[in-house]
Design a protein. Structure first.
Lengths: 363, 356
């Protein structure tokens, strides 16, 4: 039986969807093509424009737009007696914006870590976990390709472990999703009196966001989440590391430089820079100490000369100054002569200039 | 008995239509927008090394302060966090207050920086930057303003080089990394950070941003952009929004080795408050910080919970410790209008009281 009101809503939705799709396509065409999508967030519109902001904007807006449409059709149009039932219709099924918002975390987020082994993921998901080689535990390998087989098995086991870890993570996200609904109901129950009622989809959405974030934060701070999150990251890193090792092996066979080699060079270079800076600092410090000591001695000598005292003991003191480098030792070994010359020059200028060459000349 | 939901279907359809109209009209503005510029407060380069630069903000007037202020921000950030736009620029505001402002621009690390350690950053880069500013002003000690991770660096630096820091200001700085509300800390506690860094090398900025977004996934991935629709027809607000987006997602990668140490020693080991932290083989004792300390934190900070910052008061050795709570979040404390009105004047006043 025809339902004019609902037919109108459906027609309207169809029109709205068409117009959304049209200008989304138009926008995408106007952006530089193609560019890498954000590796950690896949837009629900599958937009791969080079404009990150636009991509994120579209991703967020599309989820909201879809929800509004679904809500208008399923929830707002109907007039159930029980508001809880209406709420379920508004947030039920695919029209749930939470699923869209979390699209960047559970599925695409995991993909972000795992993009490089996506083919493995697809193979595993297509055939089921049990079909992966090595998924039932290591199988003895032999023959010329033994090593290769063992590595493949280890990789398969690591991928399987990672998929399982991601599944546990997604289960927690779904739990927070369910709890968000409960919280939303609680929040709505507090708004039953006139003046506090929710009268727009936007207001309902904002209230749901508060509920969703609260539920998520509560779960995200649990020990269980910590354990699951850590495991997800660690298992994905193990897979990635194995894949890098395989790639390196391949590169070595082709005679290409590998990342390990470049990284190793970087490490040595950094170590050398530290050593260089340290020795520079030590040398500067030693030289500064040396100069300071010599200045003090010179001042003492000047004072002694001025007072008519003998200079010999001072020379002995200068010679005893600790030297740290050969260059410093060399220059300091000549210092007493210079000091004597200078001191003598002050006492007897003419004789000193004739009897002793300057240190520079003697070099 | 009333129902809390009073959504009229006709109104709901009207909302959808209005949303679409705003979007369609606004997208025209969005398409015509150019990449928004930052504040670009006039500045001069006074020191550089590798990818690092020290900028001296010149502004338009003469600095009244006798002791320069060196800003040290987090490695995950860029210069623009303190100089976002003309009316939301912390450095510009500090200049107007009369401060003589310098800032360390860490640059964008690449593969060549993979092995930079915390020792390289704190006892190396940071120390040489402080020396460059000291030398320029012929001073024994200068004022230091550390922000977020840069605040943690500044604390370590001050504890290790106390004679070179006159006054220390920390902003949204994590000190106790194990407060129960610290989500980032909780998430990385079970991470095998050795495996992570050995595998990733430098940590990509995109991955870091992804993690930050997942702290408030619905708000930051969706609700924020729905709010954008309401300002699409306002070119000024749209430009401000896009500028923020540019700044937030234009982030440097993290040098692998420094990241490893920071996660292990700070986030996992909480060594800064336990007193077991070592940088370059030297113990870092917050009790050695005896110069005046101003600690500013944000009450709604989701990255560095207020308690993580407040902990500083219990651990520093100074008798001149001031704490300032800002009503806002981790980002708002640099760029919000309220921050501009409250934070730089408070910093200036606090410094002025200690320069008499």
């Amino acid at each position: 039986m025809a339902d004019p009101a609902n037919d109108f809503i459906r027609d309207y939705q169809s029109l709205a969807q068409q117009s959304w799709d049209a200008w989304t396509r138009q926008l995408q065409q106007q952006q530089p093509q193609p560019a890498a999508a954000n590796p950690f967030f896949t837009s629900p519109t599958a937009a791969t424009s080079g404009n990150d902001t636009l991509e994120r904007t579209l991703a967020g807006l599309k989820g909201y737009f879809d929800w509004m449409q679904g809500a208008a059709l399923n929830g707002a149009a109907a007039q159930p007696v029980d508001w809880r039932q209406q709420l379920q219709q508004l947030f039920g099924g695919a029209s749930q914006p939470f699923a869209q918002a979390f699209g960047g975390i559970d599925s695409a987020g995991a993909e972000g870590f795992a993009r490089q082994w996506q083919s493995w993921m697809q193979a595993a998901q297509h055939g089921g976990f049990g079909d992966l080689p090595g998924a039932h535990g290591p199988t003895p390998a032999f023959g010329q390709d033994r090593e290769q087989q063992m590595k493949q098995q280890a990789m398969a086991a690591a991928v399987l472990e990672s998929l399982q870890a991601s599944a546990r993570y997604q289960a927690l996200i779904q739990r927070s999703n369910a709890q968000a609904m409960q919280r939303l109901q609680d929040k709505l129950a507090e708004r039953a009196e006139p003046g506090r009622q929710i009268d727009s989809l936007k207001a309902l959405y904002d209230l749901w966001v508060d509920a969703a974030e609260e539920a998520y934060a509560e779960i995200a701070l649990t020990d269980e989440f910590r354990e699951v999150y850590g495991n997800m990251v660690n298992t994905q890193m193990r897979v990635r590391q194995m894949q890098q090792q395989q790639t390196e092996q391949f590169c070595q066979q082709l005679g290409m430089p590998t990342r390990s080699e470049v990284s190793s060079l970087g490490e040595r270079l950094q170590a050398l820079r530290r050593e260089f800076r340290a020795s520079q600092a030590t040398a500067t410090e030693d030289r500064a100490d040396e100069i300071m000591a010599l200045r003090r001695e010179l001042s003492a000598l000047k004072r002694q000369v001025a007072n008519g005292a003998k200079v010999a003991p001072v020379v002995k003191k200068v010679a005893s100054i600790k030297r740290s480098t050969s260059a410093v030792k060399k220059s300091v070994s000549k210092t007493p002569a210079k000091v004597r010359t200078t001191v003598a020059g002050k006492a007897k200028p003419a004789a000193a200039s004739k009897s002793r060459p300057s240190p520079r000349k003697r070099k | 008995m009333y129902t809390p939901l009073r959504i009229d279907p006709t109104k709901a359809l009207g909302d959808i239509a209005a949303f679409q109209r705003k979007l369609a009209a606004g997208m025209g503005h969005l398409r015509s927008m150019h990449e928004p510029e930052y504040a670009n407060t006039p500045r001069e380069l006074v020191y550089s090394e590798d990818k690092l630069k020290v900028w001296h903000f010149t502004g338009h007037g003469q600095a009244k302060s006798k002791t320069p202020l060196l800003i040290v921000y987090a490695l995950v950030n860029t210069v623009w966090m303190t100089d976002l736009q003309a009316d939301r620029s912390m450095v510009r505001n500090l200049l107007e207050q009369g401060e003589d402002v310098y800032l360390i621009d860490w640059g964008y690390p690449d593969g060549a920086d993979r092995w930079l350690t915390l020792d390289d950053y704190i006892n190396g880069y940071l120390d040489r930057c402080v020396d460059a500013v000291r030398k320029r002003h012929d001073l024994d000690a200068i004022n230091l303003l550390g922000i977020c991770q840069g605040g943690a660096f500044s604390l370590c630096y001050t504890a290790l080089h106390a004679d070179k820091v006159k006054n220390l200001i920390t902003m949204v700085t994590p000190v106790d990394f194990h407060t129960p509300d610290n989500m980032l800390s909780s998430w990385c506690r079970n991470m095998d950070v050795d495996l992570f860094v050995d595998t990733m090398g430098n940590i990509p900025a995109g991955l870091m941003n992804y993690v930050y977004l997942t702290l408030k996934p619905v708000r930051l991935n969706q609700q924020k952009y729905i709010g954008l629709v309401d300002i699409l027809d306002n070119p000024t607000e749209l430009e401000n929004f896009l500028r923020m987006e540019r700044w937030i997602f234009d982030s440097p990668d993290q040098a692998g080795e420094a990241f490893r140490q920071f996660i292990k020693d700070f986030y996992q080991g909480n060594k800064l408050v336990k007193g077991t932290l070592q940088i370059g083989g030297q113990p870092v004792d917050l009790g050695m910080i005896t110069q005046p300390v101003l600690n500013i934190f944000a009450e709604q900070d989701h990255l560095v919970p207020p308690d993580a910052s407040r902990a500083l008061g219990k651990h520093v050795g100074t008798t001149d410790y001031t704490q300032l709570a800002f009503k806002g979040g981790h980002i708002g404390i640099y760029v919000s209008g309220r921050a501009q009105r409250e934070v730089p004047p408070a910093i200036h006043q606090w410094l002025a009281e200690r320069s008499r």
